[in-house]
Design a protein around this ligand. Structure first.
Ligand SMILES: Cc1ncc(COP(=O)(O)O)c(C=O)c1O
Length: 376
């Protein structure tokens, strides 16, 4: 079976894990500090503050708390998103307001979002769908117009650029995921990037049980035994071994991004003339793609998926829209017609770092053969 995802775990990651384990300081420590520094260098933003956390979901939860979102507030979010985003809004006691996505970018439709703003709207979550980035200048203008905090879910766009600017360098609050299948994995992990030292202090307290101890103490592989706690906090910090793996991955981000881009370009080239298949509207320049997706007519998606599975190709669905889930079916929402279609058409094909282009060709040929043989 050709897998949907395949982590790039090589000798460097194994060696880095061993060194972190042998250090004898397993929790948050010097590797975490070094990982944050490297992420900061990668996003090239001297005026931003980076904190590593245990998962992207933890990062999103912390981001909402930093944005001051709580009970009684509304958060506008595209229903075409990962359930992590909906869970954290629910967890902070705020209300989800589902917005439609754009048909060509699959990112939030800001024109539709305009119709959803009320006096209770506190924040907007915008998510880059893989190689298709939101129009972040428009997002910033939208947020300024309505005095909202922006949470940029960049789980898919770590290492990508928007108009030449690295993702993470321009948003109010930006969150990355380094989970097992992401382009740069820490085995599990996330990064939150904020814009002020006050927000960073809050992130530090929220990620470590509310403890008011300077992160610098733990970054020396030590702990402070006395501190105050003034707020509720979580156990959301990153641990040394995860950061060590992340550091090994960051050293190969050039290869990771290039091999993934090459695979996407090849998929798009091979699938461009397959009737009924829509490929992403992207030349894959300046991006570090997480997924390669296609859209096929509604009645064919599940049959194509089954056909590919029978023929040794695993695929994925990113995603089922949020308002289709029982927990969120009654949330406030605008017109969701694009999302309702996309949710039935979308299919992710195998994509991973250092993917052999022969595999891409094999998968593309099987997609083509479904439409040739089965559909006719
Ligand atoms: C868009 C998006 N946001 C958030 C997350 C959650 O990240 P994590 O798995 O690191 O908790 C994911 C994970 O797939 C995601 O795709």
């Amino acid at each position: 079976m050709i897998p949907m995802f395949k982590p790039l775990i090589e000798e460097e990651e194994i060696q880095a894990s061993r060194e972190a384990l042998e250090l004898g300081w397993l929790g948050m420590g010097s590797y975490v500090s070094a990982f944050e520094e490297e992420v900061k260098k990668l996003i090239g933003a001297e005026d931003k503050y980076v904190a590593a956390v245990s998962t992207g979901t933890a990062g999103l939860h912390v981001a909402l708390l930093v944005a001051g979102v709580g009970p009684g507030d509304e958060v506008i979010v595209s229903s075409f998103n990962c359930s992590a985003d909906f869970q954290v809004i629910t967890q902070v006691g705020a209300e989800i307001v589902f917005c439609d996505c754009e048909d060509d970018t699959l990112c939030i439709d800001l024109k539709r979002a305009e119709e959803l703003v009320t006096e209770r709207t506190k924040a907007i979550i915008v998510m880059d769908y893989d190689c298709l980035l939101c129009d972040h200048d428009e997002v910033a203008a939208f947020a300024q117009r309505h005095k909202l905090r922006v949470i940029h879910d960049a789980a898919h766009s770590f290492g990508s650029k928007y108009k030449g600017k690295p993702v993470g360098s321009f948003s109010d609050i930006c969150v990355f995921s380094h989970d097992p299948v992401k382009t740069v994995t820490c085995l599990d992990g996330g990064t939150i990037v904020v814009s002020t030292p006050e927000d960073l202090k809050l992130v530090h307290e929220l990620r470590l049980l509310g403890m008011q101890q300077p992160a610098a103490v733990m970054y020396k592989n030590q702990r402070a035994w006395t501190f105050d706690v003034e707020r509720v906090g979580y156990r959301y910090h990153m641990i040394n071994m995860h950061a060590a793996v992340g550091l090994a991955q960051l050293r190969k981000i050039g290869t990771i991004a290039k091999t993934r881009r090459d695979a996407c370009v090849e998929y798009s080239r091979l699938l461009a003339d397959v009737p009924m298949v829509r490929t992403p509207k992207s030349k894959f320049e300046d991006v570090n793609p997480f997924l390669y997706y296609i859209r096929v007519p509604e009645g064919h998606r599940d049959d194509l998926r089954a056909y590919l599975k029978e023929n040794g190709v695993d695929t994925g669905i990113h995603w089922q829209p949020g308002h289709w889930f029982t927990l969120w079916k009654d949330c406030k929402a605008g017109d969701l017609s694009v999302t309702n279609s996309v949710g039935k058409e979308i299919l992710s094909l195998p994509l991973y770092s250092k993917m052999d282009l022969a595999i891409v060709r094999e998968v593309a040929a099987k997609v083509r053969s479904y439409f040739d043989k089965v559909v006719g």
